[in-house]
Ligand binder design. Structure first.
Ligand code: UTP
Length: 292
């Protein structure tokens, strides 16, 4: 596998964040002072990938504006010597960002299918902006290195408590071919806890071959009437070896409000300029919670 392109599906409606997402994309909600999708673009950049395709839809214009030059703003920051200038420009100098529209949000599988023309018979990475990682090595880099070594598609998985498993695509796994890497035998989208084939849920990082598009074309609407990526991955793992990788690091599911709050706090604690203030605040909150 050789990964030179990344796809970020960002056309979903973000209903779990309404009304915040009524007039702005979920992917633009900030974690500290960067929109969620900015961290994803940084992760893509950290893997040495230069070609980023974002799948957008109606109401997502702010994403395009974010990854575009803002000449007047840049001039003002330059004039006032504001160090944030670098932050505003850095990714734009490094990534080439492309867009494709998913006219109707018919599911994650359908969003990925919209990338077919751009991917053009290459292997590619998929990153869901709902999943952010704090890890020593970028999450996608960990996945790419396994995909290269095994020359096979890989999906990221996490151990999920039984109570939550029905929210995930779940893998049935065979042997552990190396620490934290399992052969995928089968997959099922959002199983009931008693029917789940394992406790390993698929999360938002994938390295995929171009054959996935043929499988997506054959995929009928599944759970929730959506075209599920899991169904196409299932067909893929029946036609060639696919591996599941448990990533090293802390994952934040920012697709729902509590997950976003947790990410806000953890990411702020990583910041030398904010750490002390956040720690003091948390100590204050902890004390007040303990009070009768
Ligand atoms: P989610 O199902 O978590 O996102 O999809 P959503 O539909 O926006 O969220 P809720 O459930 O209504 O709150 C995971 C990722 O796939 C994208 C979403 O934008 C998100 O980044 N997606 C989902 C698409 O691009 N198109 C779709 O049709 C569905």
């Amino acid at each position: 596998m050789r990964v030179q392109k990344a796809v970020v599906p960002a056309a979903g409606l973000g209903t779990r964040f309404l009304p915040a997402t009524k007039a702005q994309p979920k992917e633009m909600l900030p974690v500290v002072d960067r929109p969620a999708i900015h961290y994803i673009a940084e992760e893509v950049d950290a893997c040495g990938i230069r070609d980023l395709l974002i799948v957008t839809g109606r109401g997502k214009r702010a994403i395009e504006d974010h990854f575009d030059r803002a000449i007047e703003l840049e001039q003002l920051l330059r004039k006032t010597g504001n160090p944030r200038l670098r932050e505003v420009q850095r990714l734009l100098d490094r990534l080439q960002v492309f867009y494709v529209r998913q006219g109707v949000p018919r599911g994650l599988g359908h969003a990925i299918a919209c990338a077919e023309r751009h991917i053009d018979q290459e292997d590619f990475a998929v990153l869901l902006p709902d999943d952010l990682y704090l890890s020593p090595e970028p999450a996608l880099a960990q996945l790419i290195s396994v995909a290269e070594q095994l020359d096979a598609p890989v999906v990221a998985v996490v151990p999920v408590p039984a109570a939550d498993i029905s929210r995930y695509g779940v893998v049935a796994v065979g042997e552990e071919v190396r620490a934290g890497v399992f052969r995928v035998l089968d997959m099922v989208e959002k199983p009931r806890a008693e029917e789940a084939p394992s406790h390993l849920g698929v999360v938002g990082r994938y390295v995929l071959p171009p054959e996935i598009f043929a499988h997506l074309r054959r995929t009928k609407p599944g759970a929730g009437g959506e075209i599920q990526l899991t169904d196409a991955l299932r067909a893929l793992c029946h036609s060639r070896p696919v591996y599941a990788v448990t990533l090293v690091g802390e994952r934040y599911d920012i697709g729902e409000p509590l997950g976003l709050l947790r990410a806000q706090i953890s990411f702020a604690l990583q910041r030398p300029d904010l750490r002390q203030g956040v720690e003091d605040f948390l100590a204050e909150v902890a004390k007040s919670i303990g009070r009768p």
